[in-house]
Write a protein of this length. Structure first.
Length: 223
């Protein structure tokens, strides 16, 4: 079965996977809403770089080792859950700070920072945003197991595994990048609404809760 013949079925599978709610979508939505489209590009690229690396690892058999080794899986599970929990807690810390600033403004505290300071303060570097997206994917043990089980379905026995995997992964990354950038662009159009203090606090709270829930799912879901 040639690669070109399996692309339609592979495309449908990728679209369904991409549309599933998860850490990637939560990160992209938050960054596009609060920082705009341009700032979310690095996050998307980092997420997709992680996907591509796991796909290549699957082709090389590394993902199979993670799937087979209880210790390796547990380490990734703990790292992944910890990192998602860190992101969730960071969002909730932002909520608490915003509430304190809002209370200070109501009391006439001139030392309280303006609500729009985040808009004028230097944003985190693109490298940091890229690294965040990359770590979210690489620290996800489910991604390793999924890639190991997913890609072989679209590779026939006579094909070179690594080359076929690399091509399919490139196709997946291209499709997902387009979809996620489209999501970021759509969310960024409503950025002025999302940046209202009350809406921003609610967005941070929802994002933090989702990330903490995902951390719990990664930690507690059996292999």
């Amino acid at each position: 079965m040639e690669i070109i013949q399996v692309l339609p079925a592979f495309l449908v599978a990728v679209l369904l996977i991409s549309a599933s709610p998860g850490p990637a979508m939560a990160l992209i939505f938050r960054r596009a809403a609060l920082r705009g489209f341009g700032a979310s590009v690095a996050t998307v690229l980092g997420l997709e770089a992680g996907i591509y690396l796991w796909a290549i690892a699957a082709g090389a058999g590394v993902a199979a080792l993670v799937a087979a080794s209880s210790t390796a899986y547990l380490v990734l599970q703990l790292v992944g859950a910890s990192f998602l929990a860190y992101l969730g807690i960071r969002s909730w810390i932002s909520v608490i700070k915003e509430r304190r600033l809002a209370a200070g403004r109501k009391e006439g505290d001139q030392s309280a920072e303006p609500a729009e300071e985040e808009a004028t303060a230097p944003t985190r570097s693109a490298v940091a945003a890229f690294a965040e997206g990359l770590l979210v994917q690489l620290a996800n043990p489910k991604a390793a197991v999924f890639m190991f089980a997913f890609y072989p379905q679209f590779i026939s026995p006579g094909q070179p595994v690594m080359a076929a995997t690399a091509l399919l992964a490139l196709f997946q990354v291209t499709v997902e990048t387009a979809l996620y950038l489209g999501l970021a662009a759509g969310v960024a159009r409503a950025r002025s609404w999302f940046r209202r203090p009350v809406i921003r606090r609610r967005l941070e709270a929802v994002t933090g809760t989702v990330l903490l829930a995902l951390a719990g799912r990664v930690l507690l879901t059996p292999r």
